[in-house]
Design a protein around this ligand. Structure first.
Ligand SMILES: Nc1ncnc2c1ncn2[C@@H]1O[C@H](COP(=O)(O)OP(=O)(O)OP(=O)(O)O)[C@@H](O)[C@H]1O
Ligand SMILES: [Mg+2]
Length: 498
C-alpha cells in the first residue's frame, strides 16, 4: 500500500521529475501537473493526501491558486515550493492556508521528513474524527478521548452508573480527568438539564465553605446582611461535585454526612429544615481508605461516598492514548488560535511518547497548547516542547548509556576479558561528552542555546567542547530549528567557539 498520494504542480520538468523519483522511492504515489490548470483538473480526479505547489506557475499565481483550493477543500494538506526563502513569502503562504513550504534547492532528507509529517498529521486528524464518531456512537461523550482498554472500562462504568442517583467517588492523580468524568456522569444522567455545581473544597476556608454549601440566614454572622441560598439549594434536582473531598474539615464532614443520609439540612443560623434532591459526586487524588485508617476522614462518610468508585488510570499507564490526545488538543488549539492544522515531527512525538506525564492529561494539554502558540509552521519540532519533557529524555538516555560504562565485576555478564576497565575519570569524561553532544544535537548545534539550557556560561561550554574533542558541525536542516522564524541565517551561532 502506498504511504500516501501526492500531487506535484510545478512548471519545471526537472523539478517535477526529481520530486517524483524521490517521493516514489520512499513509497509515495505521485501524480504530476505542469500548469495550475492541469493541477486543478487532477485535483478533481483525486483524492490526494498532499499537494506540492510551485508558487510561480506560468498560468497562475500559486498563492491565488492556494486560496482557491482552500475554498474547495479546506482539509487538503498543501506545501508550497518557493525559489527563495523570505519571511514575507512564508507569512503570505501560511495566511493563504499552506501548512508548510520547501525552498529550492532542498535537502532530500528534510523534504521527506516534511512530507511524511504532513501526511501522517492528516491521517492522525482523520483517525481522530473517526474515533470520536465511534466513541460518540458507543458512549456519547464527545470530549473524552481514549481507546485504551483502561479508558474504555472507565467509560463503560460511567455509562452504567450515570442513570442512577448513586454517589460516585472518582479517584485519580492530578490531571487525569476527574472533573471531566464527573461532568460526563451528570451529562449522561436524567439530571442533565439541571445544574452541575462543582465545589473546590480545598480552596475555601472552613467557615466560608459551610455558608457556601448550606447558605445562611440574615444575621447568622457579622457580614451576613441578607439571607443567601447555599450550593445544595442551587443544585436541587441536579448534581453537586466535591473536588478534593479529602480536604474538608471534620465539622463539615459531619454536616455532609447528614445531607447524604437525610437529604436535608439547615442554613447557617437557621432553624428550618430544607429538603433537596441532589446527586453527589466526589473526587480525590488521595486514598480515602488510608485517611480513614489514619483517623483523618470519617469512616461513615467514606462508606456513604464510596457506593461506586471509579479509578482513573494515570496517562503513563495508557500511552496508546497519547497520540489521540495530542491530535485532539492540536485540533482544538489550532482552531482556538486561528492557525492551520499542525503536527509534531517524529522526534517530538517520540519525546511525547517516552515522557511519563506526572501531571497527566492536563500537562499534555498545556504542552500542546504552548507548542501551537509558539509554532510558526505546520511541522512542530522538539524545540517547542517544555524543558521538562526534553531534559528527562537526556537523563534517561544517560542512564542507559551508563550501564554500558560501568566496569563489570569479575564473572559478571559483559566482563570485557583482558581489556582494562575504564577509570572513573574516563567514564565521567565520556558521559559528559555524550551529554554535551546530545544537547548540541537537540539545539541544532547552537552553542549559545545549549549553554543556556545547561545553565553554564558559553565560555565554559566552549572549553569543555575543546577539551573533550567534540567536533562542532552544522547539521542539515539547522534553519528549521530556529524558534520564531522559518528562515534566517544563524551561521553566526556556529562560529562561536570555533
Ligand atoms: N480523556 C480525556 N480526553 C480529553 N481531555 C481530557 C481527558 N481527560 C482529561 N482531559 C482534559 O484534561 C484537563 C484536566 O482534566 P480535569 O480537570 O478533569 O482533571 P482532574 O483530575 O480534575 O485534575 P485535578 O486533580 O488537577 O483537579 C481538562 O482540560 C480536561 O478537559
Ligand atoms: Mg479537578
Amino acid at each position: 500500500m502506498p504511504r500516501g498520494s501526492i500531487l506535484v504542480v510545478d512548471d519545471e520538468a526537472e523539478i517535477r521529475e526529481g520530486l517524483q523519483a524521490l517521493l516514489a522511492s520512499e513509497g509515495f504515489e505521485v501524480s504530476l501537473a505542469e500548469t495550475g490548470q492541469v493541477g486543478l483538473q487532477k485535483l478533481e480526479e483525486g483524492p490526494f493526501d498532499l499537494m506540492l505547489l510551485d508558487v510561480s506557475l506560468p498560468d497562475r499565481n500559486g498563492l491565488d491558486m492556494l486560496r482557491e483550493i482552500r475554498l474547495r477543500d479546506p482539509h487538503l494538506s498543501i506545501m508550497l515550493i518557493t525559489a527563495f526563502g523570505s519571511i514575507d513569502m512564508a507569512r503570505a503562504a501560511f495566511k493563504a492556508g499552506a501548512q508548510d513550504y520547501i525552498t529550492k534547492p532542498w535537502s532530500n532528507d528534510e523534504l521527506i521528513a516534511q512530507v511524511s509529517q504532513a501526511i501522517e498529521g492528516r491521517r492522525l486528524r482523520e483517525e481522530n474524527v473517526q474515533l470520536k464518531r465511534a466513541l460518540k456512537q458507543r458512549y456519547n461523550f464527545p470530549n473524552i478521548i481514549g481507546k485504551s482498554e483502561k479508558m474504555l472500562a472507565v467509560l463503560d462504568l460511567v455509562t452504567q452508573v450515570a442513570p442512577s442517583r448513586s454517589t460516585v467517588l472518582i479517584y485519580g492523580e492530578s490531571g487525569t480527568g476527574k472533573e471531566l468524568i464527573a461532568k460526563a456522569i451528570h451529562a449522561a444522567s436524567t439530571r442533565t438539564d439541571k445544574a452541575f455545581i462543582p465545589v473546590n473544597t480545598g480552596s475555601i476556608p472552613v467557615d466560608l465553605l459551610e455558608s457556601q454549601l448550606f447558605g445562611h440566614v440574615k444575621g447568622a454572622f457579622t457580614s451576613a446582611i441578607a439571607s443567601k441560598k447555599g450550593l445544595f439549594e442551587v443544585a436541587d434536582q441536579g448534581t453537586i461535585f466535591f473536588d478534593e473531598i479529602s480536604t474538608i474539615s471534620p465539622e463539615t464532614q459531619a454536616k455532609l454526612l447528614r445531607v447524604i443520609q437525610e437529604r436535608e439540612f439547615m442554613r447557617l443560623g437557621g432553624t428550618d429544615t430544607i429538603k433537596v434532591d441532589v446527586r453527589i459526586l466526589a473526587a480525590s487524588n488521595e486514598d480515602l481508605r488510608k485517611l480513614v485508617r489514619e483517623g483523618r476522614f470519617r469512616e461513615d462518610l467514606f462508606h456513604r461516598l464510596n457506593v461506586i468508585s471509579i479509578q482513573l488510570p494515570p496517562l503513563r499507564d495508557r500511552k496508546e492514548d497519547v497520540p489521540l490526545l495530542v491530535g485532539h488538543f492540536l485540533g482544538h488549539f489550532c482552531r482556538e488560535n486561528g492557525k492551520p492544522p499542525r503536527g509534531f515531527t517524529h522526534t517530538a512525538m517520540k519525546l511525547l511518547m517516552d515522557y511519563d506525564w506526572p501531571g497527566n492529561i492536563r500537562e499534555l494539554e498545556n504542552a500542546v497548547e504552548r507548542a501551537v502558540v509558539l509554532s510558526t509552521h505546520e511541522s512542530m519540532d522538539a524545540d517547542l516542547l517544555p524543558e521538562s519533557i526534553r531534559t528527562r529524555e537526556i537523563v534517561k538516555g544517560v542512564r542507559l548509556q551508563l550501564a554500558e560504562f560501568l566496569p563489570p565485576l569479575p564473572g559478571e555478564a559483559g566482563a570485557r576479558g583482558s581489556a582494562p576497565p575504564p577509570s572513573l575519570f574516563e567514564i565521567l569524561e565520556e558521559v559528559e561528552r555524550r551529554i554535551i553532544v546530545d544537547m548540541l544535537e537537540r539545539t541544532n548545534w547552537n552553542q549559545t542555546e545549549a549553554a543556556e539550557r545547561f545553565q553554564i556560561p558559553l565560555s565554559t561550554l566552549n572549553q569543555k567542547i575543546k577539551r573533550l574533542g567534540i567536533e562542532t558541525r552544522r547539521r542539515p536542516g539547522a534553519l528549521r530549528g530556529t524558534p520564531g522564524i522559518g528562515y534566517g541565517d544563524d551561521a553566526a551561532e556556529f562560529s562561536v567557539g570555533k
